[in-house]
Design a protein around this ligand. Sequence first.
Ligand code: MLC
Ligand code: AMP
Length: 504
Amino acid sequence: MANPLYDELFGRHATNKTPFLYLPDGHLISYAGFVAVAARYANVFTAMGLSPGDRVAVQVGKSADALALYAACVQAGLIFLPLNPAYTAAEVEYFVSDSGARLLVCDPQAQEALKPIAERSGARLETMSGTGAGSLRDAAQKQPDRFDTVARTESDLAAFLYTSGTTGRSKGAMLSQGNLLSNARTLTEEWAFTSADVLLHALPIFHTHGLFVATNVILLAGGGMIFLPRPDPEQLIRFMPQATALMGVPTFYTRLLESPDFTADRTAHMRLFVSGSAPLLAETHARFEERTGHRILERYGMTETNMNTSNPYDGERRAGTVGLPLPGVELKVTDPDTGATLPTGDVGVIEVRGPNVFQGYWNMPEKTAAELREDGFFITGDLGCIDEDGYVQIVGRGKDLIISGGYNIYPKEVELVLDELPGVVESAVIGVPHPDLGEAPVGILVAAEDKRPDVDAIPAAIEGKLARYKIPRRFVVVDALPRNTMGKVQKNVLRDTYAGLLSD
Ligand code: MLC
Ligand code: AMP
């Protein structure tokens, strides 16, 4: 039966004996082998009583089995909901209960902490370690390696990806099969991926970049992936001569450039370096070209829209821009107050429309209505402009968001936790330039009159409440926050004041 996403990405590889995943320990997994493992997991899901449309939350380390869970969900018509392993139990509880997930897959080490959460939400709990071992694999090994694919259409939902919200509450972005397929087709074509490609895959597989951009493109092209657990520069440099392409956040590129072993020689076999998820400094672009002779191709996207723009594969890759709207994607720059389209060159809010744009936020009709216009344009919250050649430049963010090493941190969520601390009257969390992560959070704390907060004790005091990457790298105690005449905290003033705080 037809299931467009499964058929195009996985099903057609059922008898393909060529390598799909090259693991760093030398193991090789063929396409046919991968599809067979995924079918076993799909059988496990069905045997558990999961039915099409059910959500499967997965908070596990990166492994071939973890990726097979994605394929299994697609084949069984389930909605895949990947979660960052850095999330604390308290954070996971929100995602599981909000999504109504019927199954939560976690690392065996997190099982004890997550058990009561799963029970409260009525979700079944199964385990998978960073190597793929665990209760789910044990069950899969007893299942057949074929599964009757569940019929789906392009408008059926395939995945929920949670993205933080300005109010501190995360929103589940609903992505359809068509959203994922259209973007995978476009990117494969635009970036000229073929079955001859081998991608160095060092991104996490719980976000759009590593899962949908990198993995879906390779699956569609029928190429291979060198599947690395994390972007260790030494490993990247070691495997690069066997690869043809790398996709990464800017931190990948700055870290590579820091290594004297990263030379033009090591990149001689590569045809493409893609950067996205956060701004790539024009300086990094220039240094990379100087060192390797390759011009990084920068593109722009987000969880709700997949990829929107890309610098050209053949053509001028302009440093400091995110390139041109992708085929099928309409992009306009509008006045944030009136929504009117602005003239070429003016800075405003970027809005996008196309088959890539998501279906709305799960169970949040008001938030969906506020960001997704009735005519299909999604208000990204990014500030940018389009030049006369059509190149898009992102100049800032209208939304109060910090992007640290490609992870999004919404200040409100962190401020709510800091405000609870003894001696803190209120707080403001800002993004400050960071040499490795692009920017990183800093907490500005207003001290109570009778008690100053104990800054050194903060990390321990908030342990378990927030994923560690969200915890500010530094805290500054002040008497008051700068405010405008409306009483709004002037974060731009704070950002200017503390701009150099994390530079060394
Ligand atoms: C890890 N840490 C971070 C961090 N990553 N802190 C801030 N920001 C980050 N991004 C912290 C950990 O909590 C830990 O702190 C310490 O750093 C070491 O952790 P690690 O896991 O060893 O770090 P490392 O492996 O070096 O990872 C850094 C990284 C990683 C930048 C490579 O974060 C990464 O892979 N980022 C990519 C994210 C991504 O894929 N984004 C795409 C989103 S999709 P402690 O205190 O515990 O010691 C999207 C749409 C689009 O945006 O357009 O693509
Ligand atoms: P996320 O919600 O994690 O998908 O993050 C999406 C956000 O990342 C976008 O709204 C942008 O602010 C930012 N982003 C993605 N790609 C780029 C890029 N190439 N340059 C600047 N910002 C980017």
